[in-house]
Design a protein around this ligand. Structure first.
Ligand code: NDP
Length: 453
């Protein structure tokens, strides 16, 4: 085998986790190669967080223009051009893709375009070329999951939603998780009629129940139709449109059906089985806290391990892996108190336990709730409410959960997450002076609580 094909580390998958691991390992002096079958940047940059957030910004202008009128603005001939938004978004994604290539090049990492498949514990086939890695990191992420049923081939997922040629007049979105809720908000704001089909009774399972209820209320106010306890039975063409039949035999005709029914680890045909890498029932690579798989030379980070499936977590896992294996600094990623956001309209920011989780763990908790109309909307007249909640362990006064639904919630919660992660008490929150007038100041001025035992 020629010298340039032998590496200290070969990374399969150039998404957030893989790229970070490759760059850090290279900075520690390792000879590193990374292979990618699609585009460097991975889910987050190419078909996830970044393009989604650009669409969220684009969509939110609809309400901003409405609200501006109460502030004295008037305009005529307001138009929205979907193709322009998609083209500009694509230009930005191309730019970021280029930056990721440069970051890898500048770090001295060899980038190989092509699908990587494991041949043995050290060898990888990348589009016909065999390379050797003393260590191998699998960071192949996840891919959308769509259940099989008659007509399931007619649906789109978020991957295709980013490239629709036209804005659908009427879209039906299946699922009640992050992606379903975010795209329902985007399409609704841009003027599509949106039906959200969820198989249970309240969207965003796993989030605090009050957040879930309040977001459903906001979505209903915006005329997003949420259909609970509902499942699609079959879909067929009706001319250029789609006829969707539900399990209760109701039907609807729409322009697009989008499935956002979860993502599954991207482990198919990677060669894991023949090399002996253990995977769980969902297909995720089983790893320990150090991201080590069941094969000594093979590691895995990010969504392919199905731990906490968020970009910043994958980045931390990749960084910790590279420091541990190549930087002589043994450490693992911390999965406790990871803040998260849902870029719904209005958005959610959250860190720590839900009320139910805190009650289960601590028994006696104090729950501080606040619901108010943001100052901006006193003039605009928009009925949208901001909702905030603090959950405190009554025994030691620690804030164990903090949840916000409303304008700027993710930005607010990113700051407050430091306090929750640091284990600060409610008293320390109260000792912090608010910034007036902001929404965030509410979180340091909450006085009334409900004691739950
Ligand atoms: P989620 O796991 O969040 O939600 C999947 C949804 O689909 C759930 O409501 C689930 O229902 C429902 N569902 C699953 N299977 C079926 C089925 N067979 N029929 C009908 N409904 C079904 O997945 P998403 O696709 O929304 O997102 C994938 C991951 O991507 C998230 O877990 C998150 O980690 C990440 N992500 C993060 C974002 C962010 O940080 N803002 C944004 C987008 C994605 P049930 O509740 O009953 O299980």
């Amino acid at each position: 085998m020629s010298a340039q094909k032998k590496f200290d580390l070969v990374v399969i998958g150039a998404g957030s986790g893989g790229v970070r691991a490759a760059r850090i390992a290279a900075s520690h002096g390792a000879r590193v190669a990374i292979c990618e079958e699609s585009r460097v940047g991975g889910t987050c940059v190419i078909r996830g967080c970044v393009p989604k957030k650009l669409l969220v910004y684009g969509a939110h202008f609809a309400e901003d223009f409405e609200d501006a009128q109460a502030y004295g603005w008037s305009f005529s001939n307001l138009k929205f051009d979907w193709q322009k938004l998609i083209a500009n978004k694509d230009t930005e994604i191309d730019r970021l893709n280029g930056i990721y290539h440069k970051l890898l090049d500048n770090s001295g990492v060899t980038t190989l375009m092509g699908r990587g498949v494991l041949i043995d514990a050290h060898k990888i086939d990348v589009a016909g070329q065999v390379i050797h890695g003393d260590k191998i990191l699998v960071a192949t992420g996840g891919r959308p999951f769509v259940p099989e049923f008659p007509g399931s081939d007619l649906v789109i997922t978020s991957d295709e939603a980013f490239h629709l040629e036209t804005l659908p007049k009427h879209i039906l979105i299946v699922g009640g998780g992050y992606i379903a809720v975010e795209f329902a908000g985007i399409f609704n704001a841009l003027g599509s009629r949106v039906d959200l089909v969820y198989r249970r009774d309240l969207i965003l399972r796993g989030f605090d129940d009050d957040l879930r209820r309040n977001l459903e209320h906001e979505y209903q106010q915006k005329d997003i139709q949420i259909m609970h306890h509902c499942n699609v039975k079959r879909i067929e063409h009706q001319g250029k449109r789609l006829l969707v039949q539900f399990d209760n035999d109701d039907c609807v005709v729409v322009d697009q059906v989008m499935y956002a029914t979860g993502r599954i680890p991207h482990t198919r045909n990677l060669g894991l089985e023949q090399v002996g890498v253990a995977t769980d029932a969902a297909g995720a690579i089983e790893v320990d806290a150090w991201s080590r798989s069941s094969v000594k030379s093979i590691f895995a980070v990010g969504d392919v391990t199905n731990r906490v499936n968020l970009t910043p977590v994958a980045i931390r896992e990749g960084h910790a892996f590279a420091d541990t294996e190549f930087g002589n600094a043994r450490r693992c990623a911390d999965h406790e108190l990871v803040p998260a956001a849902v870029f719904s309209q209005p958005p959610i920011g959250t860190v720590g336990m839900t009320q139910a989780q805190a009650h289960e763990k601590y028994g006696k908790i104090r729950v501080y709730n606040s619901e108010f109309r943001a100052l901006k909307h006193t003039l605009s007249g928009r009925q949208e409410k901001t909702y905030m909640k603090l959950i405190v362990n009554d025994q030691d006064d620690t804030v164990v959960g903090l949840h916000v639904l409303g304008m700027d919630a993710p930005e607010i919660v990113q700051g407050f997450a430091v306090a929750v992660k640091a284990g600060l008490s409610k008293q320390q929150f109260d000792a912090t002076v608010g910034i007036h007038p902001t929404a965030g100041e509410e979180l340091v001025t909450m006085r009334e609580f409900e004691l739950i035992e």
